[in-house]
Design a protein around this ligand. Sequence first.
Ligand code: NAD
Length: 365
Amino acid sequence: MEDLVNQHLFGGIYNNKKVLVTGHTGFKGSWLCYWLDKMGAEVLGYSLPAPTNPSHFELLNSSYESVIADIRETNLLNDTFKRFQPDIVFHMAAQPLVRLAYELIDETYETNVMGSLRVYEACRQTKSVKSIVSITTDKVYENLEEDRGFVESDPLGGKDPYSASKAAMEVMTNSYRHSYFHHDKLSEHNKVLTTVRAGNVIGGGDWSKDRLIPDLIRAYREKETVLIRSPQAVRPWQHVLECLAGYLVVGQKSLNDERIADAYNFGPDLNEKITVEEVIKIFNQFIAVDYKIEAADLFESTMLRLNCEKAQQDLKWKPIWSAEEALKRSARWYRDFYEQRELTTENDLMDYINQAKESGLEWCK
Ligand SMILES: NC(=O)c1ccc[n+]([C@@H]2O[C@H](COP(=O)([O-])OP(=O)(O)OC[C@H]3O[C@@H](n4cnc5c(N)ncnc54)[C@H](O)[C@@H]3O)[C@@H](O)[C@H]2O)c1
């Protein structure tokens, strides 16, 4: 792979930095750690085992340190922080599935709220930690089904257990920041805690249950018909590399700017209004899947879009790939994986960085 260390991405700050990532065995975590590793970061992943089989984390077979454990195992978590002495923490570990949360309600709240609290407590006890980027979701907003994008100051809510658990995590995070990591006392604690909200992240290497793209892939593999519950639902589809670039900018900037301690949305352009049914049609250009529309059984909002002006202004971040491009990339990733036994993660990453450079984005200058 082309050497990313010499490319000076994100001001070159990740080279030789100690970065601890919770949830590294999952979809987003596996891509993030891959990118960090290539930029010369010393990565430690802390997470339960890979939640799916196949698993992108296992396929990548990376050599950074991987601790397989629960974030609610306080002693081990604290010991790991103490031993590793991270500079930057990306907290992604969660029970992230909307439908599963209805069944695993206790575990969803315990992991997403109390687990996050354990991670913040470990950060508080570890002097080396300067930047904490905590990953939540676009579903934290109280959804009034309005045709406008949510802004970060909109009221939080969540009718289903997953959304509510993440909104509760946001409230807890805000209180935690105010109580322990207040900017007035920066010289004492030296930490900046942010939350980052993205949603409907797509890309190769996701085999989770009850997510549209993995469901399509399962139907294609098993030659089955996929049942679609909300064909007209609009989601902020974005490639995983888009939100990860945003998280990496937050990690970079919060090392020396305490004003970053806040919440940020990361999503596609507001004009992108692609419905679930249109997603399937684009996907079908690469991977043929039969689908059937079925009445929704559990509550799901139909309209969900994010206004990302704050990230564009404060962080100089913006999306690079259209939702259609992100969908095509994802479909190609799975097609190459199943038909050629080829892992195209590296190609996607390099193409993304090259296109970001062409767009003149600050993080890749
Ligand atoms: N993928 C999306 O579309 C999306 C959208 C919005 C928000 N998110 C958020 O992004 C983060 C990552 O999501 P993902 O899509 O990679 O999910 P994923 O299911 O692929 O990964 C979740 C990770 O968390 C780990 N984990 C779960 N419970 C744990 C626990 N108790 N202790 C330690 N590790 C635990 C899993 O082992 C896995 O590594 C989550 O916080 C999720 O809520 C994802």
